[in-house]
Design a protein around this ligand. Sequence first.
Ligand code: PMP
Length: 306
Amino acid sequence: MMKADKIWMDGKLVAWDQAQVHVLTHALHYGLGVFEGIRAYKTADGRSAVFRLREHVQRLADSAHILMMPLPFSVEALSEACVEVLKANRMPEAYLRPLAFSGYGTLGVGAQNPTQVVIAAWPWGAYLSDEGLAKGIRAKVSSFTRMHVNVNMVRAKVSGQYVNSILANREAVLAGYDEAILLDTDGYVAEGSGENIYIVKDGTIFTPPLSSPVLAGITRDSVLRIARDQGVPVVEQKFTRDTMYIADELFMTGTAAEVTPVREVDNRRIGKGEPGPVTRALQSGFFRAVKGEDPKYRDWLSFYQA
Ligand code: PMP
Protein backbone atom coordinates (compact mmCIF):
# COMPACT_ATOMS: atom_id res chain seq x y z
CA MET A 1 0.00 0.00 0.00
CA MET A 2 1.28 3.44 -0.89
CA LYS A 3 1.62 5.63 2.19
CA ALA A 4 -0.14 8.97 2.13
CA ASP A 5 0.68 11.96 4.35
CA LYS A 6 -2.39 12.14 6.54
CA ILE A 7 -5.19 10.05 8.00
CA TRP A 8 -8.26 11.57 9.61
CA MET A 9 -8.63 10.09 13.08
CA ASP A 10 -11.36 10.93 15.58
CA GLY A 11 -11.86 14.42 14.27
CA LYS A 12 -8.42 15.54 13.17
CA LEU A 13 -5.76 14.88 10.59
CA VAL A 14 -2.75 12.97 11.91
CA ALA A 15 0.41 11.75 10.22
CA TRP A 16 -0.04 8.34 8.50
CA ASP A 17 2.38 6.61 10.90
CA GLN A 18 0.67 8.13 13.93
CA ALA A 19 -2.78 6.70 13.14
CA GLN A 20 -2.49 3.88 15.67
CA VAL A 21 -4.59 2.00 18.22
CA HIS A 22 -3.93 -0.15 21.28
CA VAL A 23 -3.71 -3.94 20.81
CA LEU A 24 -6.63 -4.34 23.22
CA THR A 25 -8.92 -2.31 20.96
CA HIS A 26 -12.25 -4.12 21.15
CA ALA A 27 -12.89 -4.32 17.38
CA LEU A 28 -9.56 -6.04 16.82
CA HIS A 29 -10.80 -8.96 18.94
CA TYR A 30 -14.44 -9.28 17.91
CA GLY A 31 -14.80 -7.50 14.58
CA LEU A 32 -17.26 -4.87 15.78
CA GLY A 33 -16.60 -2.24 13.19
CA VAL A 34 -18.32 -0.82 10.12
CA PHE A 35 -16.59 0.54 7.07
CA GLU A 36 -16.94 1.95 3.59
CA GLY A 37 -15.03 1.90 0.36
CA ILE A 38 -15.43 5.05 -1.71
CA ARG A 39 -13.68 6.15 -4.88
CA ALA A 40 -12.73 9.57 -6.16
CA TYR A 41 -11.94 10.13 -9.83
CA LYS A 42 -10.48 12.89 -11.98
CA THR A 43 -13.24 14.43 -14.01
CA ALA A 44 -13.54 15.88 -17.48
CA ASP A 45 -13.24 19.52 -16.35
CA GLY A 46 -9.98 19.03 -14.48
CA ARG A 47 -11.47 18.90 -11.00
CA SER A 48 -11.90 15.66 -9.09
CA ALA A 49 -15.07 14.18 -7.68
CA VAL A 50 -16.01 11.68 -5.01
CA PHE A 51 -18.56 9.23 -6.37
CA ARG A 52 -21.81 9.07 -4.37
CA LEU A 53 -20.15 10.33 -1.22
CA ARG A 54 -23.38 11.05 0.60
CA GLU A 55 -24.80 7.55 -0.04
CA HIS A 56 -21.62 5.88 1.20
CA VAL A 57 -21.46 7.93 4.40
CA GLN A 58 -25.18 7.35 4.98
CA ARG A 59 -24.59 3.60 4.60
CA LEU A 60 -21.78 3.86 7.17
CA ALA A 61 -24.19 5.59 9.57
CA ASP A 62 -26.86 2.96 8.85
CA SER A 63 -24.35 0.16 9.46
CA ALA A 64 -23.43 1.71 12.83
CA HIS A 65 -27.12 2.11 13.70
CA ILE A 66 -27.79 -1.57 12.89
CA LEU A 67 -24.99 -2.57 15.28
CA MET A 68 -26.16 -0.04 17.92
CA MET A 69 -22.73 1.53 17.71
CA PRO A 70 -22.91 5.24 18.54
CA LEU A 71 -21.30 7.27 15.77
CA PRO A 72 -19.76 10.41 17.28
CA PHE A 73 -19.86 12.38 13.99
CA SER A 74 -22.74 13.38 11.73
CA VAL A 75 -23.09 12.28 8.12
CA GLU A 76 -22.31 15.89 7.10
CA ALA A 77 -19.16 16.04 9.21
CA LEU A 78 -17.90 12.69 7.92
CA SER A 79 -18.64 13.64 4.31
CA GLU A 80 -16.62 16.82 4.76
CA ALA A 81 -13.84 14.86 6.44
CA CYS A 82 -13.61 12.52 3.42
CA VAL A 83 -12.97 15.48 1.13
CA GLU A 84 -10.56 16.97 3.68
CA VAL A 85 -8.48 13.78 3.58
CA LEU A 86 -8.30 13.85 -0.22
CA LYS A 87 -7.27 17.50 -0.23
CA ALA A 88 -4.75 17.14 2.58
CA ASN A 89 -3.07 14.31 0.67
CA ARG A 90 -3.39 16.17 -2.67
CA MET A 91 -5.06 13.14 -4.23
CA PRO A 92 -6.94 13.70 -7.49
CA GLU A 93 -7.88 10.00 -7.59
CA ALA A 94 -8.07 7.66 -4.63
CA TYR A 95 -9.85 4.98 -2.70
CA LEU A 96 -11.25 6.24 0.60
CA ARG A 97 -11.67 3.96 3.59
CA PRO A 98 -13.81 5.29 6.43
CA LEU A 99 -13.92 2.89 9.39
CA ALA A 100 -15.85 3.24 12.65
CA PHE A 101 -14.99 0.69 15.31
CA SER A 102 -15.47 -0.26 18.91
CA GLY A 103 -12.43 1.23 20.60
CA TYR A 104 -10.27 0.67 23.64
CA GLY A 105 -11.78 0.29 27.08
CA THR A 106 -12.83 -3.08 28.40
CA LEU A 107 -12.90 -6.42 26.62
CA GLY A 108 -15.61 -9.06 26.42
CA VAL A 109 -18.54 -9.22 24.02
CA GLY A 110 -20.71 -7.17 26.36
CA ALA A 111 -18.32 -4.22 26.50
CA GLN A 112 -19.63 -0.80 25.42
CA ASN A 113 -16.57 1.15 24.39
CA PRO A 114 -16.31 4.52 22.71
CA THR A 115 -16.50 4.39 18.92
CA GLN A 116 -13.41 5.51 17.08
CA VAL A 117 -13.58 6.77 13.51
CA VAL A 118 -10.82 6.95 10.92
CA ILE A 119 -10.74 7.92 7.25
CA ALA A 120 -7.75 6.91 5.15
CA ALA A 121 -7.12 7.35 1.44
CA TRP A 122 -4.66 5.80 -0.94
CA PRO A 123 -4.32 5.30 -4.69
CA TRP A 124 -5.85 1.97 -5.72
CA GLY A 125 -5.96 0.81 -9.33
CA ALA A 126 -8.24 -1.86 -10.77
CA TYR A 127 -9.17 -4.22 -7.89
CA LEU A 128 -9.46 -7.30 -10.09
CA SER A 129 -6.58 -6.17 -12.40
CA ASP A 130 -6.56 -4.03 -15.54
CA GLU A 131 -6.66 -7.19 -17.61
CA GLY A 132 -9.71 -8.36 -15.66
CA LEU A 133 -11.50 -5.07 -16.36
CA ALA A 134 -10.68 -5.31 -20.06
CA LYS A 135 -11.03 -9.02 -20.79
CA GLY A 136 -13.03 -10.46 -17.91
CA ILE A 137 -12.09 -12.60 -14.94
CA ARG A 138 -12.41 -16.29 -14.08
CA ALA A 139 -14.57 -17.05 -11.05
CA LYS A 140 -15.43 -20.11 -9.01
CA VAL A 141 -18.48 -20.87 -6.92
CA SER A 142 -17.24 -21.04 -3.36
CA SER A 143 -17.50 -23.91 -0.90
CA PHE A 144 -18.28 -21.15 1.63
CA THR A 145 -21.85 -19.85 1.85
CA ARG A 146 -22.99 -16.25 2.22
CA MET A 147 -24.33 -16.05 5.73
CA HIS A 148 -28.07 -16.34 6.27
CA VAL A 149 -29.96 -13.06 6.68
CA ASN A 150 -30.39 -13.84 10.37
CA VAL A 151 -26.65 -14.34 10.86
CA ASN A 152 -25.23 -11.67 8.63
CA MET A 153 -26.50 -8.12 8.99
CA VAL A 154 -27.03 -7.85 5.25
CA ARG A 155 -27.80 -4.12 5.16
CA ALA A 156 -24.64 -3.37 7.10
CA LYS A 157 -21.01 -3.40 6.00
CA VAL A 158 -19.55 -4.98 9.12
CA SER A 159 -15.82 -5.65 9.54
CA GLY A 160 -16.22 -9.09 11.15
CA GLN A 161 -18.42 -10.31 8.31
CA TYR A 162 -15.47 -10.02 5.97
CA VAL A 163 -13.90 -13.18 7.38
CA ASN A 164 -16.50 -14.97 5.24
CA SER A 165 -15.34 -12.95 2.19
CA ILE A 166 -11.68 -13.60 2.93
CA LEU A 167 -12.19 -17.36 3.27
CA ALA A 168 -14.06 -17.48 -0.03
CA ASN A 169 -11.65 -15.21 -1.92
CA ARG A 170 -8.55 -17.06 -0.68
CA GLU A 171 -9.99 -20.42 -1.59
CA ALA A 172 -10.75 -19.21 -5.12
CA VAL A 173 -7.41 -17.46 -5.64
CA LEU A 174 -5.40 -20.41 -4.27
CA ALA A 175 -7.28 -22.67 -6.69
CA GLY A 176 -6.17 -20.42 -9.57
CA TYR A 177 -9.29 -18.28 -10.07
CA ASP A 178 -9.62 -14.52 -9.77
CA GLU A 179 -12.67 -14.31 -7.53
CA ALA A 180 -15.23 -16.33 -5.57
CA ILE A 181 -18.99 -16.39 -6.08
CA LEU A 182 -20.94 -17.19 -2.92
CA LEU A 183 -24.32 -18.90 -2.87
CA ASP A 184 -26.94 -18.22 -0.21
CA THR A 185 -28.09 -20.83 2.31
CA ASP A 186 -30.79 -22.02 -0.14
CA GLY A 187 -28.21 -22.54 -2.87
CA TYR A 188 -29.07 -19.51 -5.02
CA VAL A 189 -26.37 -17.16 -6.27
CA ALA A 190 -25.74 -14.30 -3.82
CA GLU A 191 -22.66 -12.22 -4.65
CA GLY A 192 -18.88 -12.10 -4.99
CA SER A 193 -16.58 -11.78 -1.98
CA GLY A 194 -16.71 -8.01 -2.43
CA GLU A 195 -19.02 -7.45 -5.40
CA ASN A 196 -22.64 -7.73 -6.48
CA ILE A 197 -23.28 -10.08 -9.39
CA TYR A 198 -25.39 -9.96 -12.56
CA ILE A 199 -26.16 -12.12 -15.56
CA VAL A 200 -27.39 -11.01 -18.96
CA LYS A 201 -29.79 -13.32 -20.80
CA ASP A 202 -31.54 -12.41 -24.06
CA GLY A 203 -30.88 -8.72 -23.48
CA THR A 204 -32.19 -8.59 -19.90
CA ILE A 205 -30.05 -8.06 -16.80
CA PHE A 206 -30.81 -10.29 -13.81
CA THR A 207 -29.38 -9.72 -10.34
CA PRO A 208 -30.30 -11.19 -6.93
CA PRO A 209 -32.87 -9.06 -5.07
CA LEU A 210 -31.98 -7.12 -1.94
CA SER A 211 -33.96 -9.70 0.08
CA SER A 212 -31.06 -12.08 -0.68
CA PRO A 213 -28.02 -11.94 1.62
CA VAL A 214 -26.24 -9.34 -0.51
CA LEU A 215 -24.90 -5.92 0.28
CA ALA A 216 -27.05 -3.11 -1.14
CA GLY A 217 -24.18 -2.04 -3.36
CA ILE A 218 -23.99 1.61 -4.30
CA THR A 219 -22.40 0.58 -7.59
CA ARG A 220 -25.33 -1.87 -7.97
CA ASP A 221 -27.77 0.99 -7.56
CA SER A 222 -25.77 3.10 -10.03
CA VAL A 223 -25.41 0.48 -12.77
CA LEU A 224 -29.07 -0.57 -12.54
CA ARG A 225 -30.05 3.06 -13.07
CA ILE A 226 -27.60 3.42 -15.99
CA ALA A 227 -28.86 0.15 -17.52
CA ARG A 228 -32.49 1.29 -17.35
CA ASP A 229 -31.47 4.65 -18.83
CA GLN A 230 -29.78 2.72 -21.66
CA GLY A 231 -33.07 0.90 -22.27
CA VAL A 232 -31.89 -2.44 -20.90
CA PRO A 233 -34.55 -4.26 -18.84
CA VAL A 234 -33.51 -5.19 -15.30
CA VAL A 235 -35.04 -8.01 -13.23
CA GLU A 236 -34.12 -8.45 -9.58
CA GLN A 237 -34.58 -12.16 -9.10
CA LYS A 238 -32.77 -15.13 -7.55
CA PHE A 239 -31.03 -17.52 -9.96
CA THR A 240 -29.18 -20.81 -9.70
CA ARG A 241 -25.49 -21.40 -10.33
CA ASP A 242 -26.14 -23.24 -13.59
CA THR A 243 -28.14 -20.24 -14.84
CA MET A 244 -24.77 -18.47 -14.82
CA TYR A 245 -23.21 -21.21 -16.98
CA ILE A 246 -25.73 -20.61 -19.77
CA ALA A 247 -25.88 -16.81 -19.45
CA ASP A 248 -24.90 -14.67 -22.42
CA GLU A 249 -22.88 -12.38 -20.16
CA LEU A 250 -21.88 -12.17 -16.54
CA PHE A 251 -20.37 -9.28 -14.60
CA MET A 252 -19.71 -8.04 -11.09
CA THR A 253 -19.78 -4.57 -9.58
CA GLY A 254 -18.34 -2.85 -6.53
CA THR A 255 -16.61 0.37 -5.60
CA ALA A 256 -13.24 -1.38 -5.73
CA ALA A 257 -14.10 -3.77 -8.61
CA GLU A 258 -16.03 -1.10 -10.59
CA VAL A 259 -17.71 -3.00 -13.47
CA THR A 260 -15.74 -6.21 -14.00
CA PRO A 261 -16.78 -8.71 -16.68
CA VAL A 262 -16.64 -12.42 -15.80
CA ARG A 263 -15.62 -14.61 -18.72
CA GLU A 264 -15.64 -18.00 -17.04
CA VAL A 265 -17.39 -19.61 -14.04
CA ASP A 266 -16.52 -23.08 -12.69
CA ASN A 267 -14.49 -23.72 -15.86
CA ARG A 268 -17.49 -23.04 -18.12
CA ARG A 269 -17.03 -20.28 -20.68
CA ILE A 270 -19.69 -17.59 -20.36
CA GLY A 271 -21.13 -16.54 -23.72
CA LYS A 272 -18.23 -15.99 -26.12
CA GLY A 273 -15.71 -15.97 -23.27
CA GLU A 274 -15.21 -12.22 -23.52
CA PRO A 275 -17.05 -9.13 -22.25
CA GLY A 276 -20.40 -8.94 -24.09
CA PRO A 277 -22.12 -5.86 -25.51
CA VAL A 278 -24.41 -5.17 -22.53
CA THR A 279 -21.49 -5.38 -20.08
CA ARG A 280 -19.32 -3.17 -22.28
CA ALA A 281 -22.00 -0.51 -22.66
CA LEU A 282 -22.64 -0.53 -18.92
CA GLN A 283 -18.94 -0.41 -18.09
CA SER A 284 -18.39 2.59 -20.35
CA GLY A 285 -21.59 4.26 -19.09
CA PHE A 286 -20.34 3.78 -15.53
CA PHE A 287 -16.88 5.21 -16.23
CA ARG A 288 -18.42 8.16 -18.06
CA ALA A 289 -20.63 8.80 -15.01
CA VAL A 290 -17.83 8.67 -12.42
CA LYS A 291 -15.61 10.89 -14.57
CA GLY A 292 -18.30 13.53 -14.93
CA GLU A 293 -18.67 12.94 -18.67
CA ASP A 294 -22.41 12.35 -18.48
CA PRO A 295 -24.49 15.29 -17.22
CA LYS A 296 -27.35 12.91 -16.31
CA TYR A 297 -25.38 11.66 -13.32
CA ARG A 298 -23.83 14.92 -12.10
CA ASP A 299 -25.78 14.66 -8.86
CA TRP A 300 -23.69 11.63 -7.95
CA LEU A 301 -20.49 13.66 -7.85
CA SER A 302 -19.02 15.72 -5.01
CA PHE A 303 -16.43 17.92 -6.69
CA TYR A 304 -13.16 19.03 -5.09
CA GLN A 305 -9.84 20.46 -6.14
CA ALA A 306 -6.98 18.16 -5.14
N1 PMP B 1 -20.94 -6.99 -1.77
C1 PMP B 1 -19.94 -7.02 -0.88
C2 PMP B 1 -19.82 -8.19 0.02
C3 PMP B 1 -19.03 -5.97 -0.82
O1 PMP B 1 -18.03 -5.99 0.06
C4 PMP B 1 -19.15 -4.89 -1.72
C5 PMP B 1 -18.15 -3.76 -1.68
N2 PMP B 1 -18.52 -2.74 -0.80
C6 PMP B 1 -20.21 -4.90 -2.63
C7 PMP B 1 -21.10 -5.97 -2.62
C8 PMP B 1 -20.43 -3.77 -3.58
O2 PMP B 1 -20.86 -2.62 -2.89
P1 PMP B 1 -20.54 -1.14 -3.42
O3 PMP B 1 -20.95 -1.12 -4.85
O4 PMP B 1 -21.36 -0.26 -2.57
O5 PMP B 1 -19.08 -0.93 -3.24
